[in-house]
Design a protein around this ligand. Structure first.
Ligand code: ADP
Ligand code: MG
Length: 212
């Protein structure tokens, strides 16, 4: 099953739009407990992926995710570049010889998030993007098993992502730059958790529109 490059572009552009629209808020979050470059890192990654999309024509989902991961890894700086690069590369491996379906996607995303945990030596509860991505991966897995209707699945994913993002507010950071601040970082949402949640909202928004 080859990818639809215009569909991939639509996802990337929806993610870019939501990151650009919330850039000031996210930069404030990252300036408060990080170094303030998170939005720039993500924008560089998204624009790299946008430029790459046309060259994905004719590839299957495995090769597509691999290529996206390699390019994010090599062009985006910071923790987020290496973590999102790892996510896509692991998803590419998981999609080898598989068609796109909710089950296969849930499985690939789950394996991708597991690879991020290993790469970042981190897990939920450490005030990072994983506080959004791990519960979303779990919810996706459950949804795939229960064969819920797509609008319900998308609503659940969004709700879980919002809760995960908000949960970082009261956490003590133990990974990444925020960990240098220790208790002073309590009370602030993690920038990477917020952008993960925003991009999930963007992607589920596109899926909700294209499915009707
Ligand atoms: P950097 O912190 O290197 O400047 P970014 O600003 O692009 O990179 O990304 C920061 C985000 O990366 C944080 O808000 C956090 O969500 C995430 N992060 C940082 N370190 C880790 C880690 N070890 N595991 C998981 N996520 C991490
Ligand atoms: Mg940073």
């Amino acid at each position: 099953m080859t990818v639809n490059t215009s569909q991939i572009k639509t996802f990337i552009q929806a993610a870019s739009t939501v990151i650009n629209a919330n850039a000031d808020e996210v930069t404030e979050l990252d300036q408060a407990i990080g170094d303030g470059d998170h939005v720039t890192n993500l924008q560089r990654g998204l624009s790299t992926l946008d430029g790459l999309a046309d060259s994905l024509a004719g590839l299957d989902w495995s090769a597509t995710f691999q290529k996206m991961g390699m390019s994010v890894m090599s062009t985006v700086g910071g923790a987020s570049g290496s973590l999102y690069g790892t996510l896509f590369i692991a998803m590419g491996k998981a999609m080898k010889d598989k068609d796109m379906s909710l089950c296969n996607m849930a499985d690939a995303f789950g394996q991708g998030v597991e690879a991020m945990k290993k790469r970042g030596k981190s897990d939920v509860g450490e005030k990072t993007m994983l506080d959004v991505l791990v519960p979303v991966a779990n919810a996706l897995h459950e949804a795939a098993e229960q064969t819920q209707a797509l609008p319900d699945v998308l609503a659940t994913l969004n709700q879980v992502a919002e809760q995960g993002c908000e949960s970082t507010r009261d956490m003590l950071p133990t990974k990444g730059r925020a960990s240098f601040l220790g208790e002073r970082a309590i009370g602030c949402i993690d920038a990477g958790a917020r952008t993960s949640q925003l991009m999930i909202a963007a992607i589920t928004g596109v899926l909700g529109e294209t499915a009707v």
